[in-house]
Ligand binder design. Structure first.
Ligand code: SF4
Length: 412
């Protein structure tokens, strides 16, 4: 269904954050951030899937310790959406995150102040074609800028901070940049983004920092971001709420739908990226599922997962999903195995169960499968063990990447 574009969009350059285009004529994207310890890669992946199911197009994870970079090496190959590494004070974490394969970095110029370090990160990112977000934050401006603007955070000071950082990147000929000038004061951030959009055509990431818990946090963020989006400013957004991040992702998605900037969705199909553990061609099956659901108005989240080892757990927040294993499809409802079907019936089975859930609800679907659930779980366990036996514990070669991260840490 074609949606009407309610507001004109200011023209920006386009960058790619993994497979998601940001800027240019790309749809405004939704971001959110995990609150798990990144080193705990299983918990973090679970949250990433929940965020993707709630509407996040891109997810940011903190990279605040060497173990976090190692976590990223395990997370990136299995994440359904592109991953941004959030870097705080240490530029080395940025280099490690790049080694781990992240799709974007976020640097705060107020925290990484050594131009040589900034340039080292930019040139490594350039070699890898990975974009960087310059994340200016009203609460952590460079002391020189505070002084210059009379000890106050002003929109001018925030814009100048962003421009200084862009200049460092230009020195190494790096322009895969997006910028944010977030503040907790809504009038301040609105002004800063307006001024910034006058002086640069890099894509802009919108947000109100430390907005606090809902409902006030949601209102503040909406007031700031909706005002700018209605003026055509903003290419990607994040609600920063003191709440379960799933609420952030959901709010972001809803705001864009309300403004007519994103299509209201029918089926929300999520698919794993496929990795060394996959037992089917995930891209093909996901495409076939998308086609099969196209004409149906079923507002459910449906997951297509490449393996039964991690699929049902990673996508347990989806209403319904199917994971491949040993030429069979393991169907699950809310993470619980309910049936096993031949591989070539995976898509038809998904459609049939989606219809059933749409009509009767997920509880009824679990009830419907009460006599087959135990056997389905056993079959899934069997195929899980088989996959692990054949492909080993490290199907994505993450351990070799981690060894490289550790080696650079000791020699660097
Ligand atoms: S194949 Fe399995 S482990 Fe790999 S991304 Fe898909 S579900 Fe995750």
């Amino acid at each position: 269904m074609e949606h009407e574009q309610a507001f004109g969009r200011r023209e920006t350059r386009q960058i790619m954050v993994g497979k998601v285009p940001v800027g240019g004529n790309a749809p405004v994207s939704v971001q959110s951030m995990t609150v798990t310890r990144t080193a705990d890669h299983e918990a973090t992946l679970q949250q990433i899937y929940a965020l993707a199911a709630a509407g996040a197009d891109i997810v940011r994870c903190t990279c605040n310790e060497p173990e976090a970079a190692e976590g990223l090496a395990r997370i990136v190959p299995r994440s359904p959406v592109p991953i941004v590494a959030d870097i705080h004070h240490q530029y080395r974490r940025a280099l490690e995150a790049l080694e781990a394969g992240v799709h974007c970095l976020r640097l705060n110029p107020g925290n990484i102040r050594n131009p040589e370090h900034i340039k080292a990160v930019a040139s490594e990112a350039k070699d890898r074609g990975v974009p960087i977000r310059i994340g200016v934050n009203g609460g952590s401006l460079h002391p020189d800028l505070y002084a210059k603007y009379g000890g106050k955070v002003t929109p001018e000071a925030m814009v100048e901070s962003a421009l200084q950082e862009i200049a460092f990147f230009q020195e190494v000929d790096f322009d895969l940049i997006k910028i944010s000038v977030k503040a907790s004061s809504v009038p301040l951030m609105i002004d800063a983004y307006r001024q910034l959009s006058e002086v640069t055509d890099h894509p802009l990431h919108l947000g109100v920092t430390e907005a606090g818990p809902p409902p006030v946090g949601t209102l503040k963020s909406t007031a700031g971001m909706a005002t700018l989006l209605a003026e055509g400013i903003g290419d990607t957004i994040r609600y920063s709420l003191t709440a379960d991040p799933v609420e952030e992702a959901r709010a972001g998605r809803q705001l864009l739908e309300i403004l007519g900037l994103r299509e209201r969705k029918n089926i929300d199909l999520i698919a794993c990226p496929s990795c060394g553990r996959a037992e089917i061609d995930v891209v093909r099956v996901a495409r076939e599922a998308m086609e099969a659901f196209e004409e149906r108005e079923i507002p459910l989240q449906v997951a297509v997962m490449g393996c039964v080892v991690n699929g049902p757990g990673e996508a347990r927040d989806a209403d319904l999903g199917i994971a491949a294993g040993n030429r069979r499809g393991h169907l699950f409802v809310r993470g619980q195995n309910v049936a096993v079907v031949p591989e070539d019936e995976m898509v038809d089975t998904l459609v049939e169960w989606a219809d059933y859930i749409q009509e009767n609800g997920a509880e009824a679907a679990l009830e419907r499968a009460s006599s087959t659930r135990a056997a389905a779980r056993r079959a899934a366990d069997e195929d899980r063990r088989r996959n692990l036996g054949e492909r080993g514990e490290d199907a994505n070669n993450s351990e070799a990447i981690i060894a490289e991260i550790r080696r650079s840490a000791t020699t660097g």
